[in-house]
Design a binder for this molecule. Sequence first.
Ligand code: ZN
Length: 299
Amino acid sequence: MIEFVEVGPRDGLQNEKLLVATADKLQLIERALGYGARRIEVASFVNPAKVPQMADAEAVCAGLPLRSDATYVGLVLNARGAERALATGRIDQLGAVAVASDAFGVANQGQTSARSIAAVAEIAALARQAGKTVQATIAVAFGCPFSGEVPAAHVVAMARELATLGLEEVALADTIGVADPAQVAALLGQVKAAVHPLPVRVHFHNTRGTGLANVWAAIGAGASVVDGSLGGLGGCPFAPGAAGNVASEDVAYMLNRAGIETGLHFPAMVAANHWLAGVMGRRLPGMAAQAPPFPAGLA
Ligand code: ZN
């Protein structure tokens, strides 16, 4: 059993130039619930001048379906973001971001790697006071667009420190899509041991076509939670050249066919992909939704 997290409403859309209407974001969230996602990253609470696509985070939260079986995640980079997310009253879990390189950290969130861990600690304290859960993702864990290779030992040390902060899980993100499956397996194994017994989540971008292979390698090395974005949308405004996330429906197809339970309903994801392509006005990068149903007739 692998837990799936739909990050389309946040990571999928944050880099899109077309401003997606709040109503369409809410439709995307409804559809994600419909195809079986039970944890959804619904928005980020960041500076709207820097990420205009997320300027309606509060409005999205106000429209979220009332579901006792769903966990709504708000991405936050500092205490101010955490306070905004918590003030909505609709965010169940804060997603904090620690950065594995100083260069990316300063570009993305104005924090060095060390400062980003201190920010996670502040965010975690605010979440706890509000009775909410919190997790953290280590961004650019497999490579940095500015400084290149990221030492595995640094990522493992960060994970070990993060695990002391009262988090639900620690995640590794390949923000720019440079990881390969051997690197993923090796780093996952070390991080899993460093944060034990916390679960490890993984977040892959498919910039160079290694996304699904990396998901598979991560699961083999002990990851128990996987992020994906419907249609493979995604990118990062502060990471030059980063392409979309692994497509949720491609992850679901692969894992379901391999006999790994995800709770995801693939045909409903295909329908959601086609709906989202209509909203975006273009075909989306994900592949499984473009192919004929298999076995034939399973639509
Ligand atoms: Zn991402």
